[in-house]
Ligand binder design. Structure first.
Ligand code: CA
Length: 230
C-alpha cells in the first residue's frame, strides 16, 4: 500500500517540487497551504506522515504541530518540520512539541526523502514492539525496563532482564543455551563465557520471580522454555 504524505506549505514551488519527488518515490501526496485546513485534512484523510513548514500565513507551523500532537486522533502522526536558518529556536520548540525531525531550507529533496523513510521505519518498529508483556502475575515493561510479580517490583540485573525478555518473547518456544548465550551475551571475549552462565542466571532469575518462577521450564540437555499464557 502506498503511504500518504501530507505537505503543509504555502510556497507553491516547494509544494510542486515535493509532490514531484515524493510521487517518483512511490508516495501519495496531499497538500495544504493553510494550517487550519491541514489539521482537518490530517484527521479526515489519515496520512502517514506530515511535512510541515513552520512559516505559514494564519496559523503558524508550531501551532499546527501543537494541535496535531495534542489531538489523540493525530498525536502519533509523524511530523518533519521545514525551517528557515533564522528559525533555530522555533526548530527546538517544534522538537519539544513532538515533531520527529526537521530540515533547514534550502534542502535537497533526496535528503528529505531519506529522512521521511527513516522516520516511517522508526514508527513501524515502535508499533511492532509491545510496551509490556504480561502473563499470570508477571509483568515485564519493555519501555521502562521494570518487572513485577503480583504488582511488586522485582529487581533484576541487566542480563537477567534480557534473559527473561528473550524467554517471554519466544512465547513457549524452546530456546537452546547456545541461542541464549549468543543473544544475550553476544560474542563477548572479555569474560570467559560458558554454557553454565545461562544456567547460573536462570537460577537467580527463578529465585527472584518467586511464584512465577514455575514458568521457566528446563528442557534437559538443551535449554529453556517459558510457559506463556495470553
Ligand atoms: Ca512557508
Amino acid at each position: 500500500m502506498k503511504e500518504t504524505i501530507l505537505i503543509i506549505e504555502d510556497e507553491k514551488d516547494i509544494v510542486k517540487m515535493l509532490e514531484y519527488n515524493l510521487k517518483k518515490e512511490g508516495f501519495k501526496t496531499l497538500s495544504s497551504r493553510d494550517g487550519e485546513d491541514a489539521l482537518e485534512l490530517a484527521t479526515r484523510q489519515h496520512p502517514d506522515l506530515v511535512i510541515l513548514d513552520l512559516m505559514l500565513p494564519g496559523m503558524d507551523g508550531l501551532e499546527v504541530c501543537k494541535n496535531l500532537k495534542g489531538d489523540t486522533k493525530t498525536a502519533s502522526l509523524p511530523v518533519i518540520m521545514l525551517t528557515a536558518k533564522s528559525q533555530e529556536s522555533d526548530k527546538i520548540v517544534g522538537l519539544e512539541l513532538g515533531a520527529d525531525d526537521y530540515m533547514t531550507k534550502p534542502f535537497s529533496p533526496r535528503e528529505l526523502i531519506a529522512r521521511i523513510k527513516a522516520v516511517l521505519r522508526r514508527v513501524k518498529e515502535k508499533d511492532r514492539l509491545p510496551e509490556a508483556l504480561k502473563t499470570g502475575d508477571l509483568i515485564i515493561d519493555l519501555s521502562k525496563i521494570t518487572v513485577s510479580v503480583k504488582d511488586r517490583p522485582v529487581e533484576l540485573t541487566a542480563k537477567e532482564f534480557e534473559l527473561l525478555k528473550t524467554l517471554m518473547k519466544a512465547k513457549g518456544r524452546v530456546l537452546s543455551r547456545d541461542y541464549l548465550l549468543d543473544t544475550i551475551w553476544g560474542f563477548d571475549n572479555a569474560i570467559e563465557i560458558q554454557t553454565r552462565t545461562v544456567d547460573v542466571h536462570i537460577r537467580t532469575l527463578r529465585k527472584k520471580l518467586k511464584s512465577e518462577s514455575k514458568r521457566i521450564i528446563t528442557v534437559k540437555n538443551y535449554g529453556y522454555r517459558f510457559e506463556y499464557e495470553d
